[in-house]
Design a protein around this ligand. Structure first.
Ligand SMILES: Nc1ncnc2c1ncn2[C@@H]1O[C@H](COP(=O)(O)OP(=O)(O)OP(=O)(O)O)[C@@H](O)[C@H]1O
Length: 420
């Protein structure tokens, strides 16, 4: 299978993704073009194994359908299962918890997760795990294996699987702190462009270095200039990637066939660097950002941190039909808006990464009436990606009774059951 690839065209060539992934770089030459279809292929998690993860001591689950409905009482372990799947991407998963918290209470040695992916040209095995701190040592970091061989970083998983999620904790995204929207935006970027995580880490490292110099009351101009050049370079790349994502996603939202069910969103970015990126070549943005950091060094010294930069950017969303900020929309409208963004992003991922993403939709059905639920299930089916949905009552999913695998979750075990 040859992954269909498109690159983020506005980035400077030197900052384009250079990893071996299907996001716009040189991967997949060995794949068979004969299997290319109009829709991106569904990459399905066929088998999932959890060891000492949250309330699962040892679980092996098999999924034989593109739509999986997980139902069970509160506290049964539905979200824990989604969280486990969200760890087949870089980062700390959908709860952003510590590895210690993810490890089953009382278990020594951390947790382990394993997924067998059904790729069109054969199975791919991904294993990941973390934790296992002993004698008060720092928690051990994340380990990743692909087809049995250790991977250099968690980024490697993105070559084989793209995962995006929507959880009830994100219901307040438009009204909550800027940091949550920024994180959401970065997750949207990362799902399509695996290099984004490395850029963010490099920027944060440089910024922490500068903050440390402030804390030590250092005044070495050469040292500051070197760190600020790093911040400017990586910060501009971050802002450019975000701006490109906003542009591509907006174009996809425009094309969305379901705009009347899930209202179209207008997206914009605010932030010192993000706003420059929209109007100037990257090289000039980088220079201006570097100059600004130097010029505002004393202001930042007084604050103990950088007061401007991509770490302060915001994603601004408007409800187009209502022509008002998303934050002023009703709870249901905000949820519909967010679902619309995630669906358009899933389409974009399919087009750009060449594989349909796995979607994790926690308690997705609860907010919507029957008509919207039925429409959502049709759209998800059409997207062709594997989707895991949770809910306390199977009745909420009656509209896909004949198209989904229904699984009942209880106390760390899974049982297949017949839909109602
Ligand atoms: N590290 C851990 N070890 C053991 N159990 C844990 C751990 N972390 C969380 N749990 C337990 O996992 C259980 C299931 O949580 P989960 O959030 O998956 O439930 P849920 O089925 O999604 O429920 P709800 O419908 O209320 O959202 C909780 O009872 C919680 O106490």
């Amino acid at each position: 299978m040859r992954a269909r690839r498109r690159s983020f065209t506005t980035w400077p060539t030197s900052r384009r993704c250079t990893c071996s992934c299907p996001c716009g770089c040189d991967r997949s030459a060995a794949r068979d073009p004969a299997t290319v279809t109009d829709k991106p292929p569904q990459i399905r998690i066929g088998k999932l194994t959890l060891t000492n993860f949250r309330n699962y001591a040892a679980l092996t689950a098999r999924f034989d359908n593109g739509a999986v409905v997980l139902t069970g009482e509160n506290g049964a372990g539905k979200t824990n299962l989604l969280e486990a799947i969200s760890l087949f991407t870089p980062g700390r998963g959908l709860r952003r918890a510590t590895y210690g918290d993810m490890t089953r209470e009382g278990a020594a040695g951390g947790f382990a997760l394993h997924a067998k992916l059904d790729w069109p040209d054969g199975p791919v095995e991904i294993g990941t795990g973390a934790g296992g701190a002993e004698n008060g040592e720092a928690e051990a970091g994340r380990r990743v294996r692909i087809n049995g061989a250790p991977a250099r970083s968690a980024d490697a998983m993105q070559e084989w699987l793209r995962v995006m999620w929507l959880t009830p904790a994100m219901d307040g995204l438009f009204t909550g702190p800027t940091a949550d929207r920024r994180r959401f935006l970065d997750r949207l970027v990362l799902t399509i462009d695996p290099a984004h995580g490395r850029r963010a880490l490099a920027y944060e490292k440089a910024m922490r270095g500068r903050n440390r110099l402030f804390a030590e009351n250092a005044r070495d101009r050469t040292w500051f200039a070197a760190i600020e050049a790093q911040m400017a370079e990586t910060g501009t790349a971050i802002a450019a990637a975000r701006a490109e994502m906003a542009r591509l996603l907006s174009a996809m939202i425009e094309r969305a066939p379901d705009g009347d069910i899930f209202p179209r969103a207008d997206l914009a970015l605010s932030g010192f660097v993000e706003e420059m990126v929209a109007n100037l070549p990257a090289i000039e943005v980088e220079e201006r950002f570097r100059d600004r950091l130097a010029a505002e060094r004393e202001r930042d010294r007084a604050a103990g941190r950088a007061l401007e930069g991509p770490h302060r950017a915001d994603l601004m969303v408007r409800h187009r039909p209502k022509n008002m900020p998303a934050a002023l929309s009703s709870t249901g409208e905000q949820k519909a808006l967010l679902v619309g963004i995630v669906l358009s992003h899933a389409r974009l991922t399919g087009e750009m990464a060449g594989i349909a993403p796995v979607l994790l939709l926690d308690e997705i059905a609860a907010h919507f009436d029957h008509r919207r639920r039925a429409a959502l299930f049709d759209i998800l089916h059409d997207l062709n990606g594997q989707v895991f949905m949770t809910g306390t009552e199977p009745e909420l999913f009656s509209a896909i009774a004949d198209r989904a695998q229904f699984v009942s979750v209880s106390g760390g075990t899974l049982t297949a059951h017949t839909p109602v």
